[in-house]
Design a protein around this ligand. Structure first.
Ligand SMILES: C[S@@+](CC[C@H](N)C(=O)[O-])C[C@H]1O[C@@H](n2cnc3c(N)ncnc32)[C@H](O)[C@@H]1O
Length: 215
């Protein structure tokens, strides 16, 4: 099953999990890392059901613009059912975030997305070009934790990767190494192109937030 079919089928379930209280705090931190100002234009790549949108909308205020790009129509349809994820300054576009359908923005956010792309480094470089020098980028992702006390939870991480890597769920072998390689490739590309780089972790080290300003 490809990514679009997978997320199309699970859009309702995803929507109910995406704004859970713990997850919401990671979203607040990710949007804060963009250092948005009123009137900014921010693009969220792979916006899903729009769980980050209220946080972004609040930061760019009435004069700003939030653009959510997602390839799955069902996810965008869900986003539009939430009153706090719609409004004059919020726009959704069904499209491929690896070739973004927009040429300029002040900031780009991607949460739980870069691990899906086959060539995440190229995609992240395109996003850096899109925001240009001075623009801010933030990537939020699940990752394996290296803290000894939580190591058993790596099993849960494996389960997450299987569920979030469409097409690989029936395979017996672990999908985690590929997923981790893709996330790391995206992070490396961001580190290469940005300054003022910050990295923080949440959830016992299982979630990592990398942000930077394009140099
Ligand atoms: C794990 S969900 C994350 C959704 C959202 N960012 C969040 O934090 O809740 C991954 C999302 O990426 C979208 N997606 C996958 N491949 C994509 C692509 N090439 N272009 C745009 N969106 C894509 C899926 O449709 C899905 O909504």
């Amino acid at each position: 099953m490809d990514s679009r079919a997978f997320y199309g089928r699970w859009a309702g379930v995803y929507d109910s999990l995406a704004a859970a209280p713990g997850v919401r705090s990671w979203r607040e931190r990710a949007t804060a890392a963009l250092e948005l100002a009123p009137n900014d234009t921010v693009v969220e790549m792979g916006c899903g059901t729009g769980a980050n949108v209220p946080h972004l909308r609040e930061r760019v205020a009435d004069g700003g613009r939030v653009l959510g790009v997602d390839v799955t129509r069902g996810m965008l349809r869900r986003a539009r059912t939430h009153a706090d994820r719609t409004g004059q300054s919020i726009h959704y576009v069904q499209g491929d975030a690896s070739c973004p359908p927009i040429s300029t923005a002040d900031a780009v956010l991607a949460t739980f997305v870069v691990g899906i792309f086959t060539d995440p480094a190229t995609v992240v470089r395109r996003w850096c070009d899109l925001v240009g020098t001075g623009g801010r980028m933030a990537l939020l992702n699940f990752q394996r934790s290296d803290r000894p006390l939580v190591a058993p939870l790596n099993i849960a991480f494996e389960a997450f990767v299987r569920l979030s890597a469409p097409g690989g769920r029936l395979s017996r072998s672990s999908q985690a190494p590929d997923f981790e390689r893709r996330v790391e490739a995206a992070r490396d590309a961001l580190r290469e192109r940005t300054a003022d780089i910050r990295f923080e972790t949440f959830a016992g080290g299982y979630v990592g937030l990398l942000s930077g300003r394009v140099a």
